[in-house]
Design a protein around this ligand. Sequence first.
Ligand code: PSU
Ligand code: MN
Length: 336
Amino acid sequence: MLLPSSRLSQGCPGTVPAPTQPPYARRTPRGAYVRIQPSVQEALMAGRPVVALESTIITHGMAYPQNLRCMAREVEEIVRTNGAVPATVGILRGRIHVGLTDEELEFLASSKNVVKVSRRDLPFVLSQGLSGGTTVSGTMIAAHKAGIPVFVTGGIGGVHRGGENTLDVSADLTELGRTPVAVVSAGVKSILDIGRTLEYLETQGVCVAAFGESREFPAFFSRQSGFQAPYHVQDEEEAAKLIASALGLGLSSGVLIAVPCPEERATSGQVIEEAIQQALSEARSKGITGKEVTPFMLQKINELTDGTSLDSNLALIQNNARVGSCIAVALSKLQK
Ligand code: PSU
Ligand code: MN
């Protein structure tokens, strides 16, 4: 039965209209939890392109001081050179920062006891006044709250090998299903089960597109994974149009743009596979589980490949920063 519209807008007789937010959420202004750096805020207000960057890659993905000198600062510089404003996201003393000063970057890069922060970690870390590096999942949340549609990282988390038994599936995948931000990455590492990761992204409604000449979904350190991405965009204009369509339609899910590592700095899949097998068996014998798995594997693979994988890692992040900035510039032109 259809109710007259006057009844609908008043609610059922005798009921109290539900508050739009629960009372405990209303007491603290959101600004208490999220601080947007003034340069980032200005760019956003003026409609200029901004690129969000994550910080787990700094705090847990690479060792100090390369994480700062060869990665964090350099990547911000690449974003600037390509016409966008960088906004590295991190958590300092219980507050999410969107955009970090050089001292803040240095602090996160050199601290030993900062937390790796995904969606599930946020309430504890904020309430305890802790500091942390945000993963793809944590950074997407912050970028969305700040109104930044494009986010650049190295690789996203995925379904781990054996994930059909352990259920070790990165929160990055469910975040992509629920938060409308475009993530630019070099696909997923072959330490993961790439086929199942792509299946899970489909289930979550994430539009995945390979960037450039090839339809192949890249495997982080190497360009080939043996799996095709469902879609393919030739250049930044096509990528920006795809993102604009997702945002324009009001889809609440994200987009994944997969950019292969530059050919001359990629590591062969076979070299990586041998290192992975050894690292996986060490991880198992040491009983490493949960959020420690990814940082452990990255570090071990770097050791076992004598730094070759680290070189690919740096090259692909820098390349993603360039491509992601061009996409952000193209998107901001479409939105004018
Ligand atoms: N890939 C890297 N370095 C990293 C990560 C991925 O080469 O540091 C980080 C990202 O922050 C990603 C997270 O969001 O690992 C995924 O962790 P997990 O597998 O525990 O969900
Ligand atoms: Mn996990």
